[in-house]
Structure formats: C-alpha cells, structure tokens
Design a protein around this ligand. Structure first.
Ligand code: HPA
Length: 269
C-alpha cells in the first residue's frame, strides 16, 4: 500500500472511535442525510493528511462519522470531481482509504440529465449499470493488489441492494426508475447531439461523477449501491437549457424521497 493511504488511514483510525462498515457519498440530493446522523464527529478534509479538498459550489468538504438509526456510518460530504482538475487518483483516493478503514458497502448519489424518453425531472433512478466515458481510467497504472489487474464489472452495482431498494421504494410508495448511468468528465452539460449519442449508446442518464468511485470500490471489493436524481432532460425535442442552479433546485425537491430510500436501505443492510 502507498504511504499516503496508510498515513491517512492511521490518522482516521485514531480520530474515529466507532469505525463503521458502511459509507455514503453525499452527492447531490442526499445532503440532508447528514442532518439525520447523530453523535457525530466531523472531520474537515483539510485536517486529514493527504486528502484532497473539495472546491465546487454547494459541496462542503468533510467526513462525518456517527449513527444513522442504529448503525454507524461514514459520510463524505463533498466529493472530488474530475472536472475540478483532480487526477483520477485523487478523485478515488477516499475509496481506497475506505477500503483500508474496513468499509464493506458504499452508497452513492448524484444528479444527472435523463436521456431515457420516459423520464421526467425529479425522477429517482436506481443505477443498475454504468458506462465509463471518462477520458482516463481510474485503475490505469500499476495495479494495487486490492484487486485483480483486470477486474470484472458484471455486477458493479450490487444486485441484492438494488432488489432491497426497489422493495423499500414500493413499500414507501416512492416511484423509482432503474437504468444505466453514463459518466462523463464535464464540466459542460451536453449538446443535444451528445445527449442523443449517449442515448444511442445505451444511457438512461448522464452525469459527471460516480463512475470512477464505483470502479475503484469494485476493485477494492466494496459493494456499491447508486441512485441518481434526474434534474434535467436531455431528450430529443425536449432538451432545454440547463444551469447548475436548476440542477440544484430539482435535486433539492427530490431530496426527501432519495434520503428516505437510502436511510432505510442503510438501516437494513
Ligand atoms: N449532464 C451531465 N451532468 C449532469 C446533468 C447533465 O445533463 N444534469 C446533472 N448533472
């Protein structure tokens, strides 16, 4: 293991009294979950040796460790996007640290543009699979022996977690979609032609995060559940101009539903 990861892990092991086995990346649409965490310790990224620091609007950077319901959880408030200029190693650094800390399951959320013609703004989409459209692969370079050189990606999103999430949504009468998330580098939103292309390629939604972290989590043997809020529509004849503010507003509206599903899922697992 690399020195920095070991130093980061040693620091966090010292600061965290009850080390959780579950982690959540509080992407767009899940910010509120942080408020439901009690008995918590907050560790700003700036205090953690070798941790990158988040810069994007609307994402503050800290680790939160505490209890969600009966369970301890490690939450990342603020993630590192490739478009911010971080390398893939930096974007996925926290996942490797999670692995060293003993995290077994990772929950991720994001915002995305819907390319599936049946989708509407505000829909939640359980991510069943992804397409990696980032220009650099997060596992490029010498293989870290957390996992094989050529990792299998057949079940990048854990089948059982997907099943349970659907069950929870049904019980709570929350309408959910399922689909393929295509991850791009951003920071531009797509042109109508690009949305069309991604649809033809098999995407139901397109966004600027998640795929690198999910690949590395799989390589590390961490199970993943992912959910996306459709904040805008990139569908032929319906594509409209989009801004970060609109994305944020649509995500805020869908937030209670998303939080409820993830909260219950975390409690069950
Ligand atoms: N494209 C890429 N990322 C996004 C979008 C989109 O349309 N909406 C929210 N994040």
């Amino acid at each position: 293991m690399s020195e920095p990861i070991l130093e980061t892990t040693a620091y966090l092991n010292k600061r965290i009294a009850h080390m959780p086995q579950k982690a959540v990346i509080l992407g767009t649409g899940l910010g509120n979950l942080a408020e439901a965490i009690i008995d918590k310790e907050e560790i700003p990224y700036g205090e953690i040796p070798h941790f990158p620091v988040s810069t994007v609007e609307g994402h503050s950077g800290k680790l939160i460790v505490g209890k969600l319901g009966e369970q301890y959880i490690l939450a990342m408030q603020g993630r590192f996007h490739y478009y911010e200029g971080y390398s893939m190693k930096e974007v996925t650094y926290p996942i490797r640290v999670m692995r060293e800390l003993g995290i077994k399951t990772l929950f991720v959320s994001n915002a995305s543009g819907g390319t599936n013609p049946t989708f509407r703004v505000g829909d939640l989409m359980i991510i069943t699979d992804h397409i990696n459209f980032f220009p650099e692969h997060p596992l490029r370079g010498k293989n870290i022996d957390y996992g094989p050189r050529f990792p299998d990606m057949t079940h990048a999103y854990d089948q059982d977690l997907i099943r349970q999430a659907k069950e929870i949504a049904e019980q709570k009468k929350i309408h959910v979609r399922e689909g393929v998330y295509l991850g791009t580098q951003g920071p531009t939103f797509e042109t109508p032609a690009e949305y069309r292309m991604y649809r033809i390629l098999g995407a139901d939604a397109v966004g600027m995060s998640t795929v690198p972290e999910v690949i590395v989590a799989n390589h590390c043997g961490i199970k993943v559940f992912g959910i996306s809020v459709i904040t805008n529509i990139g569908i032929d004849s319906q594509t409209e101009e989009v801004s970060h503010l609109e994305v944020q507003e649509a995500a805020d509206k869908a937030q209670p539903k998303m939080t409820e599903i993830i909260r219950e899922l975390i409690n069950r697992v």
